[in-house]
Design a protein around this ligand. Structure first.
Ligand SMILES: Cc1cc2nc3c(=O)[nH]c(=O)nc-3n(C[C@H](O)[C@H](O)[C@H](O)COP(=O)(O)OP(=O)(O)OC[C@H]3O[C@@H](n4cnc5c(N)ncnc54)[C@H](O)[C@@H]3O)c2cc1C
Length: 382
């Protein structure tokens, strides 16, 4: 293992890989990504990999728009020979109450102002997109046809391979055990395979973001929560968009090879690193999804699993250098949207580290927003 690096990235998920790729593309020579387990073992390999631009805060709209534009050309940009399974079938987001519909009306106004061509639609229009949708408890919806889905494993693989081609060292089964800080600046990391001297470390550790920040003596307000998801056997194409409901806490989509992937949140989930799936999830997921989409009663579940949402108090990520520790950067707290934001994360963190002008001004996403009480709550999350 190298004993010195220009940048060490802790975490080999989609965020760490996208940051490494962007830095290497800009000519940074000695970049090491350290992954304590296998490639994709964190939330990236466990996620739904949906991508949407229908958000309720300007920041999230901008991050997702930049990322979506990137995904549209990712296969060429990353020179990937595999299949990213990129599908733009749209997201159909259902409103269950008048107040939710009012929120959606404001969201669509904001999205349209930022160039995202989402629309507020009636139940009848929603049924034109998904004819078997049960609308008894629905009062309207929003739809954006450019939203969609990718395969999280091949997308991660594309970033990792492109980064490696440009000289990035990507080490699996190598855990960072300490981040050394002297006189308020990073000087190196200790790992299970030896030490690396560096003046720049990025915490891209997903569900373990708090644990990794602690290794540098930095307290951050992130926490992790289990989220569960399942996949069915493949069936003929019946579902074009991702169907999502915030009030019912569910999302479901059909991927290109025909399987249906669906997940739901549980408000009673404790804050911990539990990754086991439960019978209760299967039961509640099945009841909720079939009440909205009855034909799904007939599909068979082949696998269920769980992963971590790494959350912040305002459900927006923390991006940027830690004010008191020079050279220590955070790319954490992505909640249920770190996959879809990864292209933007990669671009922005590389710009921060290289002290370049930011493509999007994300200074409001710094760690000090919490101590200043400057939270901007994202209302539209599952
Ligand atoms: C069920 C579920 C569904 C989701 N659906 C979506 C979705 O549809 N769309 C979307 O955009 N997002 C979704 N997400 C969220 C998304 O998965 C995450 O936000 C995203 O994958 C975060 O990527 P990451 O690279 O930051 O973290 P991870 O992919 O978690 O990578 C972090 C890595 O750091 C490693 N690590 C931790 N500690 C150390 C250490 N000390 N040393 C070395 N390595 C370490 C871990 O092993 C891990 O592999 C979902 C998440 C879950 C759980």
């Amino acid at each position: 293992m190298k004993s010195r690096a220009d940048v060490v990235i802790v975490g080999g998920g989609i965020s760490g890989a996208a940051i490494a790729y962007n830095l290497a593309k800009k000519g940074v020579k000695h970049i090491v990504v350290l992954e304590k387990s296998y490639q994709g073992s964190g939330s990236t390999g466990r996620c739904g990999a949906g991508i949407r631009q229908q958000w309720g805060t300007e920041m999230n709209c901008r991050l997702s728009k930049l990322s979506n534009e990137y995904f549209e050309k990712a296969k060429e940009e990353l020179e990937y020979h595999g299949d990213l399974e990129f599908k733009q079938g749209g997201y159909l987001i259902l409103a269950s109450t008048d107040s939710e519909l009012e929120l959606f009306r404001r969201n669509v106004r904001l999205q349209n102002k930022l160039g995202i061509r989402s629309q507020l639609i009636s139940n009848e229009e929603a049924k034109e997109i998904v004819p078997f949708l049960v609308t008894d408890e629905i009062v309207g919806a929003t739809y954006h046809e450019k939203d969609g889905h990718l395969n999280p494993f091949t997308t991660l693989d594309a970033f990792v391979r492109a980064a490696k081609r440009m000289g990035v060292t990507y080490l699996t089964h190598t855990e960072v055990t300490k981040i050394n800080v002297q006189k308020g600046r990073v000087v190196g990391v200790e790992t299970t395979a030896g030490n690396i001297a560096t003046d720049t470390v990025v915490n891209a550790a997903g569900g373990y973001s708090k644990v990794v920040a602690d290794l540098a003596g930095v307290a951050i307000p992130t926490y992790s929560e289990r989220h569960q998801i399942l996949v069915t056997t493949p069936i003929n194409p019946i579902l074009k968009p991702m169907v999502m409901s915030f009030s019912k806490n569910i999302y479901t989509q059909q991927v290109p090879h025909g399987s249906i992937i669906m997940g739901r949140s549980d408000a009673s989930e404790p804050r911990d690193l539990n990754n086991r799936s439960s019978w209760q999830f299967l039961d509640e997921m099945a009841k909720t999804v079939t009440s909205l989409l009855p034909p799904l009663e007939r599909v068979r579940v082949v696998r269920a699993w769980a992963g971590q949402y790494n959350l912040t108090p305002d459900k927006q990520p923390i991006l940027g250098e830690v004010p008191d520790v020079k050279g220590f950067y955070l790319a954490v707290g992505f909640s249920g949207h770190g996959f879809m934001f990864a292209p933007a994360t990669g671009i922005l963190l590389s710009e921060m580290i290289l002290k370049e002008k930011l493509t999007i001004d994300v200074s409001a996403l710094g760690l000090n927003r919490f101590s200043k009480g400057e939270l901007i709550i994202e209302p539209s999350v599952v």
